[in-house]
Design a protein around this ligand. Structure first.
Ligand SMILES: [Zn+2]
Ligand SMILES: [Zn+2]
Length: 315
C-alpha cells in the first residue's frame, strides 16, 4: 500500500506492507485525511515519532463486524490500554500507556489502510460528505473547550490564533451565544470570521484584561503571554496550543490576578458528528487544497505556508 512515512525525513513509500490485525482491531481503507499542525510539529522532530503519520481521517470498514463493512467511519486517536486507572475511569486520552494514532507508537492514517481498535470507531451519518467528516477529530478537539470551563452567553471570549483549530473553536463558541472575538493577524482570517458573523480584531485594538475567557490556539510561545494580557482577573485561559519552545510569560500575573489556566486536548466525536450532520459548522471554507497521496510531500509544503488552512490528502 501507499503511505507517507516519517523517519528523520518525510517520504512517500509506494509499497509498504498492509497492517496486520491484532486483538479487537478492524481494517479500514482510508478515503480522505487532513494535515494538522501536529503533523508539521512531528516532522520537525518534536515528539520523536517515526512511522506512518496522520490522525485526521475518514475511512471505510474493510474488515470488521459484517454490518459495518463498506460503511464510512472516523476514529478517535487515543488508544488506551484498557487496564490502567485512567482507562478504567473512561479517560483513555490520559492512559498511562497511551498510544496515539500517527502521533505516538501507533501507525497513522496517511496510508491506504489503517488497523484500529473497534471501540475507537464512530459511524459517519450519510449526509456528511468526506470533506466534512475528515474534520471530526479537530472539531471534537474544538468542542473540548466547552468541557474545560463554564461558558456563558454573558461573556466576552477571545480566541487567540485563528488557524485551522482556532477557526473551528470560534465557530463552536459562537453557538453558545457568547460575545466571541477572534484575534487575527491576516486579512484572510478576518474575512473568514466576518462570513460567519464573528467579530475579529488585531491585538492592538483589544482592551487589556477585559475577557472572561481567552482560548490560546496559536501554537506559539507568544500566544500564552498575549492570552495573559487579555484575560481579566479571575478569568480563564484555555490552552489548545502545544508550544514550540517554552512560553515566556509573567506567571506572577496568574497568581496576583487569580487566573485559571486549563489545558485542553481531545474531545467528543459524537458531539462533533452531530454538529456536522446538522450543518452547524462550515468546514468547506477551511479547505485550502486537495492533493493525491502520491503528492504528499507537496501537500506538506502547502500546509506549512504561513496562514495555510486545511490541506487534504485524497486516496
Ligand atoms: Zn490534529
Ligand atoms: Zn490505560
Amino acid at each position: 500500500m501507499r503511505a507517507l512515512v516519517f523517519d528523520d525525513k518525510l517520504q512517500f513509500v509506494p509499497d509498504i506492507s498492509l497492517p496486520e490485525l491484532t486483538g479487537a482491531q478492524w481494517l479500514l481503507k482510508i478515503r480522505r485525511a487532513g494535515i494538522c499542525n501536529t503533523d508539521l510539529e512531528l516532522i520537525d522532530g518534536m515528539y520523536n515519532f517515526s512511522g506512518i503519520l496522520g490522525h485526521e481521517f475518514v475511512a471505510e470498514v474493510v474488515e470488521g463486524a459484517p454490518e459495518w463493512v463498506g460503511k464510512p467511519v472516523v476514529g478517535e486517536i487515543n488508544v488506551g490500554c484498557g487496564e490502567c486507572d485512567f482507562c478504567q475511569k473512561g479517560i483513555p486520552s490520559q492512559c498511562r500507556d497511551r498510544k496515539a494514532v500517527g502521533i505516538h507508537t501507533h501507525p497513522g492514517a496517511f496510508a491506504d489502510y489503517l488497523a484500529l481498535t473497534e471501540r475507537n470507531l464512530h459511524a459517519v451519518p450519510p449526509n456528511i460528505a468526506d470533506d466534512a467528516a475528515v474534520f471530526t477529530e479537530p472539531l471534537a478537539a474544538a468542542l473540548e473547550v466547552l468541557e474545560s470551563t463554564h461558558i456563558s452567553p454573558q461573556q466576552r471570549i477571545i480566541v487567540v490564533g485563528v488557524g485551522k483549530l482556532g477557526a473551528l473553536v470560534t465557530q463552536v463558541l459562537k453557538l453558545s451565544g457568547a460575545g466571541v472575538i477572534g484575534l487575527v493577524r491576516r486579512e484572510k482570517q478576518a474575512q473568514l470570521l466576518d462570513n460567519w458573523g464573528i467579530a475579529s480584531a488585531a491585538y492592538e485594538e483589544l482592551p487589556k484584561q477585559r475577557a472572561q475567557v481567552v482560548v490560546d490556539c496559536t501554537g506559539t510561545a507568544e500566544g500564552f503571554a498575549i492570552a495573559l494580557d487579555l484575560v481579566e482577573a479571575r478569568g480563564t485561559i484555555v490552552l489548545k496550543s502545544t508550544y514550540k519552545g517554552k512560553p515566556q510569560a509573567d506567571l506572577t500575573q496568574v497568581a496576583v490576578r487569580e487566573i485559571r489556566v486549563v489545558g485542553s486536548r481531545c474531545g467528543s466525536f459524537d458531539g462533533a458528528l452531530r454538529l456536522l450532520a446538522a450543518g452547524l459548522i462550515d468546514t468547506q471554507s477551511l479547505v485550502d487544497a486537495h492533493y493525491p497521496i502520491e503528492q504528499g510531500l507537496e501537500a506538506f509544503q502547502a500546509a506549512k505556508q504561513p496562514g495555510a488552512m486545511k490541506v487534504l490528502l485524497d486516496f
